[in-house]
Design a protein around this ligand. Structure first.
Ligand code: C2O
Ligand code: CU
Ligand code: CU
Length: 548
């Protein structure tokens, strides 16, 4: 039997296990161990490409207005948080939450904001929801007030004024709500979009590859959703789903299901956000049963020093990847498929002892439903129809930015243990979220090493810190499917960049270097949390203070 089939069989088995007797739990534990030992499964390219061949919906692209319309952040005065409707499934309107903006006589929903490094953002958020909200600028260097981490929120009908300078490197950042108690459902309900920051290195890359946003440079927001029969989004997380993370069974890219684009046979750039609450993807490009390689050009915090050749890569919730795909490597006249390959989602929680609830996402039932994607199942995400592009002779540059190599700070590391409390909460160093407690205090300007350790009997945790981009120094104890992608010191290609979210797999210890330099005087309080949004919600989030 081919391994990806074995995996789907295992998932079906997990579904039965979740529904049924605890007597099956030990066998599930064995299955999980088996998946772990096997490493990366072989790919079932034919099935994925067949799925993609039927994709019939044009990918939604950022245009001059409307959903994902592109607008300069400096031109936005007001962002209203509203309930609206969006056509997500063809021919149907789905009730949706969005950031509504009017600028230059145009209307935008969840606009793709554009900023030049150094720009000033001055905007008023108006909360038109019937619950509190606040916008968090994921990845940006802001003072605590403008970070929007949820320590201050805007009540229904209230406003919140942001005023900050965009100080960060060019990259694709992510803005979304952050009111504790409401984060997963507001993000899932629609509140999430992109902020592109530009600088000189970014402009040089654009010029050398002749890229233009929405044509040869395509943002891809990966999200999974569950719909009811009326086409409404369903978010009713059971206790198990709150513990494991909420997985929608239908995959959307830029809110388009079964999407395709036409792209010229030349270098294109894909800027990918995993905007899902809890689902991780293993991305690869396929053509005629073959995996095409691509170049990793950048990560959460911008361009790498040099492009890295990769064939597949994980992307976990909150992370961004900047990929260059040279379609001249693809055969002419045949489509290329962006896929998520089969992998073991490693929900090992409880397998070290008694089985925990929540090891399975499939509360939909034991039958494997066609069209329903479980996490780790091989699926097509996007079909790329390749069009001729005569005369394009540009090459991926050998260097991309002046990003210095990561350096290990002096001093002993701070150990941060990720675990669960044996009940229904995930913990960070024994803590669950307490708005009044500040478990970690660092000095402004200090450099620190953090050793983030994920217990064996756990599940993956994409750990995200507010306020700072950081570097990965080493990754140890990686499961085979992760280690297979690693180079020196166990580092993955995306570990070579500046990042704000690091995926820590069960059994792993990831050593990261943080530099708490910023220009803000006075104590600044931020949060450090798991970007599996249900995990953060049940408590896998702590406050930390940067002491002036
Ligand atoms: Cu993208 Cu604290 O979050
Ligand atoms: Cu953030
Ligand atoms: Cu987590």
């Amino acid at each position: 039997m081919n391994p990806s089939r074995r995996i789907s069989r295992r998932i079906a088995f997990q579904r039965m296990a979740a529904l049924g007797a605890s007597a099956v739990a030990p066998r599930f534990a064995l299955a999980a161990q088996d998946g772990r030992a096997r490493g990366a499964p072989a790919i079932d390219a034919a099935a994925i490409e067949k799925e993609a061949a039927a994709f019939a919906n044009p990918l939604r692209l950022p245009g001059a207005s409307g959903l994902y319309g592109v607008v300069r952040a400096a031109d936005v005065r007001e962002m209203r948080v509203v309930r609206t409707e969006v056509e997500m499934l063809p021919g149907r309107l789905t009730p949706y939450l969005a950031y509504a903006v009017e600028a230059g006589g145009r209307q935008f929903l969840n606009p793709a904001l554009l900023a030049r490094r150094g720009d000033e953002v001055r905007l008023r958020m108006v909360n038109r929801l019937d619950e509190p909200t606040i916008i968090h600028w994921h990845g940006l260097t802001n003072d605590a007030r403008n970070d929007g981490s949820g320590l201050i929120v805007a009540a229904p009908g209230q406003t919140f004024d942001y005023a900050f300078t965009v100080r960060d490197r060019a990259s694709m950042y992510f803005y979304h709500p952050h009111p504790h108690g409401y984060i997963p459902q507001q993000v899932y309900g629609g509140l999430a979009s992109l902020l592109f920051v530009e600088d000189d290195e970014e402009a040089a890359l654009r010029r050398s590859l002749d890229l233009s946003l929405g044509v040869t440079e395509i943002p891809l927001v990966l999200q999974d959703r569950r719909f009811d029969a009326q086409g409404r989004l369903q978010y009713k997380a059971s206790p198990d789903e709150r513990f494991a993370g909420f997985i929608g069974e239908r995959l959307l890219v830029n809110l388009t299901e079964g999407p395709f684009i036409a792209a010229p046979r030349r270098i294109i750039r894909l800027r990918i956000l995993n905007g899902s609450n809890a689902r991780t993807y293993l991305l690869a490009f396929l053509q005629d049963g073959r995996q095409l390689g691509c170049y990793l050009a950048g990560t959460d915090g911008g361009l790498l020093a040099a492009p890295q050749r990769i064939v597949r890569t994980f992307i976990s919730p909150g992370q961004r990847l900047d990929l260059l795909l040279d379609l001249r490597e693809a055969a002419e006249g045949r489509p290329v498929t962006l896929a998520t390959l089969a992998f073991d989602p490693m929900h090992l929680e409880g397998t070290g002892g008694h089985a925990m609830p929540g090891m399975d996402h499939g509360s939909m039932g034991a039958q494997s439903m066609p069209g329903m994607a479980t996490e780790g199942e091989a699926r097509a995400l996007l079909r790329i129809d390749v069009k001729p592009a005569p005369g394009y002779a540009n090459k991926v540059p050998a260097t991309l930015s002046r990003l210095p190599a990561a350096r290990a700070p002096a001093g002993s590391p701070r150990r941060i243990r990720l675990a669960h409390d044996g009940k229904s909460n995930w913990t960070i160093d024994g803590w669950t979220y307490d708005a009044k407690a500040i478990p970690i205090t660092v000095r402004r300007g200090a450099t620190e090493t953090w050793l983030i350790e994920n217990a064996d009997a756990s599940m993956p945790h994409p750990m995200h810190i507010h306020g700072f981009q950081f570097r990965v120094l080493a990754r140890r104890g990686s499961p085979p499917q992760v280690h297979a992608l690693a180079g020196v010191r166990g580092l993955l290609p995306q570990d070579l960049g500046l990042i704000d979210t690091v995926h820590v797999w069960p059994g792993e210890t990831v050593q990261v270097a943080l530099d708490f330099s910023h220009p803000f005087s006075g104590d600044q309080d931020y949060v450090f949390h798991c970007h599996n949004l249900e995990h953060a919600e049940v408590g896998m989030m702590i406050r930390y203070r940067v002491k002036a």
